[in-house]
Design a protein around this ligand. Sequence first.
Ligand SMILES: Nc1ncnc2c1ncn2[C@@H]1O[C@H](COP(=O)(O)OP(=O)(O)OP(=O)(O)O)[C@@H](O)[C@H]1O
Length: 340
Amino acid sequence: MKDIFRLENVIHQYSGRTVLDIQNFEVKEGEALALLGPNGSGKSTLLRILAFLEKPTKGRVYYDGKMVNEPSFAHRREVTLLLQNSPLLKRSVEENLCYGLKVRGKTSNMQEKVRTALEMVGLNPQKFAKRKWFELSGGEAQRVALASRLILKPRVLLLDEPTSSVDSESAKVMKEAILKAKNQWGSTLVIVSHDLAWIYQVTERALSLFNGKLINHVPENVLSGNWEPRNGSLFALKLSDGQIIMGAGNPMESSTALLDPKDVIICAEKPEEDSALNALEGTIVSMNLVRDTGQVLVKTLVGDKTISSLVTEKSMKNLHLHPGLKVFLHFKASALKWLQ
Ligand SMILES: Nc1ncnc2c1ncn2[C@@H]1O[C@H](COP(=O)(O)OP(=O)(O)OP(=O)(O)O)[C@@H](O)[C@H]1O
């Protein structure tokens, strides 16, 4: 598969403050990529750069193998962005859907295309085509916004928190519509979402952003705070409930550690005391099946931190894990990796 996007040494700043710093980043044509990361880590900024709505302060952006200096109409008509609450035109549903086609001069068979696009997002065309923008629920409005992108059969569909303010039925229908676009037309998908269960059902690869940097392909635990030196090469981070996380290594200037969820083991009982091993007591707050892997991403609240662990479905059943359950998280101090 060829690269549809390639970014090289991209830096983006607002008022002199660097919010993105990406050395290399590629998106393959036809793939579905998840962009994860905490609030303010730069995900939306990266999507706006990919949508050619912003030009990075420094660095090179390649689209379809060619470096883009000044984005043209041709770029923008192939790449479309859907936001959390994408505004609709103050017109009927049908007119909203036709707008993009008209701008692109694709005015043949518009009625037919409107019908297909509405059906794709689970809205009955007879019921919805003539409705005004204010005669829709939040979920329906977002589905219309998605349909108005899908009708264009976009080469690239960028989605920024597409389901965060919709009902679960709309989220399910939107997932199916997006997958159809990928499977039928080969649309490339880049999706930002905090809904891990939803995003893992749509995407096949995930990258995480932290402080504007791409750090990993799995949802990492980011443990930041005041790491204090302890005996030997151990450092300690005190949590709000008095428990302490121990990390081994040399944090230097950095005060942020990454912990792979695969390295965090869930135990029902308190493990034996060992300074090189962490054993933290917490309460499970959520559990999501990770698509195709047979693993479950379990989030546990420990003091003021939420720590994710990946467990197999089998051990989930053996341990009778469920939200609300008190558990112990077990991981080696050496499992922490320091972000420089
Ligand atoms: N137009 C802007 N002007 C100034 N600062 C901005 C602008 N847009 C974003 N920022 C800042 O850039 C940083 C990255 O923001 P961005 O919205 O890309 O993060 P995000 O990961 O999408 O966050 P969230 O998940 O909360 O939407 C933040 O510190 C934000 O305040």
